[in-house]
Write a protein that binds this ligand. Structure first.
Ligand code: AKG
Length: 392
């Protein structure tokens, strides 16, 4: 977050950019050469993942030895460090299956609740009870509120990442399109004075007569981020403590403090803010540096839930070739010290059943009466990342 230099160099052929292109998802597209030629389907290149570091293989029975990767002593569970990345730690399977389901449930139900902001704020203002509305098949409609007050922070779209207009098309094989960028940089200010949005039950016929409406299902599908704890203003690339916020819950703070231990010296990590990223199959997060926290030596505690992904960590410039590694549901990455100044990103989500490496969650109990199957259905095609920060 903060994302210094996120746009810079996006056009140039840097080592980081090359790695993103190597791992990103390509999809088939038909290309008609001319009116008289038959359209043809291009060959989608297989992604070569042979160089992707797999910590589960390193931690597994017989432990695969990888040069430059070693286990950190002093913990009852496996914690790994990488010689070339001081301050970077990887904890495979840090969360149990029960914890993964519990936190995924929180991410979809509680974390997007106001006063926490999401990418939808900019268009619709605060949306309460999105997940419930999705379960009840509700529709968000624009209504006259009579109020004249407007959202003073209107431009909160996350603009940290390169967008689709920055594609380097000459490298894309003919007939293959690149996947959508995760954060599209949209900065529309959609909050109109005197109008607000409410969830309602509408029949299809009634909906046809409405000019402005969007289903809760679409809103869940298009949910891209939520900010928890001290709120972050993407347009200013800074925390905005003037915005109302709820403190990080003691349970999340306790989890983050426990997980952060390998990257802390003598004191305890204090969880003050978190960003929850929601990735669909075609989403990615472009290379960036998180540099908005006052004390950059403190770790970012980054939890993966749902489908497997490729995570890249490079150096302080995009010119340094990044290391690629798989992150699976339950894995935790810590970035502290000099690793905090390194470009990182997520170029690829694997949502195919054979590649997603989703644990079997069917035996896991649900949370607080919330129906589990829609949460598990969501996870089948998505990845959620919760990254927790100490701001001060
Ligand atoms: O999704 C991830 O694993 C990384 C997220 C991240 O780098 C960020 O939100 O700054």
């Amino acid at each position: 977050m903060g994302y210094a230099d996120a746009q810079e160099g996006a056009f140039s052929r840097t080592a980081f950019r090359s790695a993103e292109k190597k791992y990103k998802r390509y999809t088939h597209v038909s290309s008609a050469k001319s009116r008289n030629q038959r359209s043809r389907r291009a060959q989608v290149p297989e992604t070569d993942v042979s160089e992707v570091l797999d910590f589960r293989k390193i931690a597994g029975d017989g432990g695969l030895a990888v040069a430059g990767v070693s286990r950190v002593e002093g913990y009852d569970w496996p914690v790994y460090k990488i010689d070339k990345q001081p301050g970077f730690f990887f904890i495979p399977e840090a969360l149990t299956k029960v914890e993964q389901v519990q936190w995924a449930t929180q991410c979809l139900t509680t974390f997007p609740q106001p006063p926490n902001r999401t990418n939808h704020n900019v268009m619709y203002g605060p949306i309460a009870d999105l997940w419930t509305a999705f379960q009840e098949k509700k529709v968000l409609v624009e209504v006259d509120s009579g109020k004249q007050d407007c959202d003073s922070v209107s431009n909160l779209a996350r603009t940290d990442s390169t967008d689709a207009s920055q594609r380097v098309d000459e490298e894309v094989p003919e007939g293959v399109i690149e996947q959508n960028r995760f954060h599209d940089g949209t900065t529309t200010s959609g909050v109109v004075c005197g109008k607000s949005w409410e969830f309602r039950d509408y029949s299809k016929d009634e909906l046809a007569s409405l000019s402005k409406s969007v289903s809760a299902e679409t809103l869940v599908r298009k949910l891209r981020w939520a900010t928890v704890g001290i709120q972050f203003d993407w347009s200013k690339r800074a925390y905005n403590e003037a915005l109302p916020f709820q403190e990080i819950s003691p349970k999340l703070a306790e989890l983050a403090t426990r997980l952060a231990k390998p990257a802390m010296e003598d004191e305890d990590f204090r969880a003050e803010a978190a960003i929850v990223n929601f990735y669909g199959p075609d989403d990615m997060l472009g290379g960036h540096v998180d540099d908005m926290e006052a004390d950059m030596s403190k770790p970012i505690v980054s939890i993966s839930l749902g489908c497997k992904a490729v995570f890249l960590i490079g150096g302080p410039t995009r010119d340094e070739p990044p290391l690629a590694m798989f992150v699976r549901s339950g894995d935790v990455v810590l970035m502290a010290g000099s690793a905090r100044h390194c470009f990182h990103g997520v170029p690829r989500i694997f949502n195919d059943e054979k590649d997603s490496d989703l644990p079997d969650f069917t035996t896991v109990p649900g949370v607080d009466g919330i129906q589990l199957s829609p949460i598990l259905d969501y996870l089948k095609n998505s990845r959620i990342n919760v990254n927790i920060r100490q701001v001060h």
